[in-house]
Ligand binder design. Structure first.
Ligand code: SF4
Ligand code: SF4
Length: 208
């Protein structure tokens, strides 16, 4: 997936908008992970913000709904977008929340298809203004094992010839578990990771 281009375009657009507001005397701050609860996905252009970065903020801004996978779902693109935030002291009219068709039908595909079992069967309710979404408890390090550190070959690396073969961890995954596994990555191909993010790739939202 060409998330790097999406991320770059978002940065360009945010910089232009921030410059526009600055010229009119407003303070601005751009954030790719405002609440700090998102993570990163690796790509051959480096680390990029993952789909959970600024997802809650986007729902609050009326762009769509929260999926069980913790990503933003929109009627136009399902889970296939990224978000960036601009904080400003400009007086802007707030958008309403999105009240269109339900986008996450809780089909559990994201939970079942995740090769790392990073999305738990347990859900937590997430309230944003007057809406409540059911979001899976996410094992951050288990997800990052695959998405950020490219240690799960079936989620992309093997498809481009990456020979990383590290056994999937059982039970709790910590940052130390990841650190111990990193020497097992393909020495050459680790520089060009390719991550599918299966929970997004298989999600039917926006296409059914
Ligand atoms: S895969 Fe199904 S349960 Fe998961 S976010 Fe998409 S629609 Fe919701
Ligand atoms: S990005 Fe990959 S590892 Fe993380 S929840 Fe989605 S499918 Fe699972």
């Amino acid at each position: 997936m060409r998330w790097y281009q999406t991320a770059f375009e978002l940065r360009f657009a945010a910089c232009e908008l921030a410059a526009f507001l600055s010229k009119r005397g407003h303070k601005t701050l751009i954030s790719e992970n405002l609440l700090g609860i998102g993570s990163q996905v690796d790509s051959h252009r480096g680390f990029l913000p993952d789909a959970r970065c600024n997802a809650i903020e986007a729902v609050a801004a009326g762009l769509g709904q929260m999926g069980k996978s913790g990503s933003l779902l929109t009627p136009e693109f399902g889970p296939h977008q990224r978000q960036i935030v601009i904080i400003t002291d400009a007086q802007l009219t707030a958008n309403e929340l999105y009240y269109g068709e339900i986008l996450c039908h809780e089909c559990q595909t994201c939970v079942a298809q995740c090769p790392m079992n990073a999305l738990g069967e347990e859900d937590i309710p997430l309230r944003i203004a007057d809406q409540v979404f059911s979001v899976s408890v996410i094992s951050r390090h288990r997800c990052d094992w695959s998405k950020k550190y490219a240690l799960c070959s079936e989620e992309g690396p093997a498809m481009i010839g990456n020979k990383t073969k590290v056994p999937k961890p059982e039970g709790l995954v910590t940052i130390e578990t990841i650190a111990n596994a990193l020497p097992g990555r393909d020495l050459i191909m680790k520089k060009r990771p390719c991550i599918l993010e299966t929970c997004l790739h298989k999600c039917p939202a926006g296409i059914c």
